[in-house]
Design a binder for this molecule. Structure first.
Ligand code: IMP
Ligand code: MG
Length: 183
């Protein structure tokens, strides 16, 4: 049988490193939002953030709500395109909602810079961002997340929610995809 992990050249970030980083991020979120009267919405960006979101929401101690948006940027390849909203946030009044966008990876920066702007225009009380991974070498627009778990080199990675052509999302670690798979 062909296993998912056969496509991985090497493990970049292990399960235990991820667990540790998620716990530490949850603590920072608890500290930052403690004592607020407004609602805190963890807003996951489908589909890459689902595993990260599932783990993070269990570690955060303050009350949170969750929701998801879906945007397209990648299609099936490894080069980014423009941002399209495929599934919008349907809540109407966001004036008492602090939004924390939960993203898998920042690459060009286009997705998050677009979404932060969009959600502020929609009237959110505040909009902040956290990302599991950041590939700063690939930035095309100036963008820095409020919280980043790992800064990684310019390599295509899969696992822990991240895919290549919809595959490998279920791997429990972050691995570098073998070059022969996508070239
Ligand atoms: P950005 O708008 O270029 O920052 O796009 C970020 C999106 O591109 C992420 O949410 C991922 O879906 C995708 N992406 C970027 N780099 C990778 C990677 O190395 N592996 C898998 N998906 C990636
Ligand atoms: Mg994504």
């Amino acid at each position: 049988m062909i296993s998912n992990s056969d496509a991985v050249e090497r493990i970049l970030i292990s399960e235990s490193q991820i667990n540790e980083a998620v716990r530490s991020l949850a603590k920072k979120i608890d500290d930052y939002y403690a004592g607020r009267q407004s609602r805190l919405l963890l807003l996951g960006i489908l589909k890459g953030s689902v595993v990260f979101m599932g783990d993070l929401m269990k570690q955060v101690r303050i009350p949170v709500e969750i929701d998801f948006m879906k945007v397209s940027s990648y299609g099936s390849g490894t080069t980014g395109g423009s941002v399209n909203i495929i599934l919008d946030l349907l809540r109407k009044d966001l004036s008492e909602t602090d939004i924390l966008i939960v993203e898998d990876i920042i690459d060009s920066g286009k997705t998050l810079s677009y979404l932060v702007n969009y959600l502020k225009l929609k009237g959110a009380k505040s909009v902040r961002t956290c990302t599991l991974l950041d590939k700063p070498e690939r930035r095309e627009v100036d963008f820095t997340a409020d919280w980043t778990c790992f800064v990684i080199p310019n390599e295509f990675v899969v696992g822990y929610g991240l895919d290549y052509d919809e595959k490998y999302r279920a791997l429990p670690y972050i691995g570098v995809l073998k070059r022969e798979i996508y070239s």
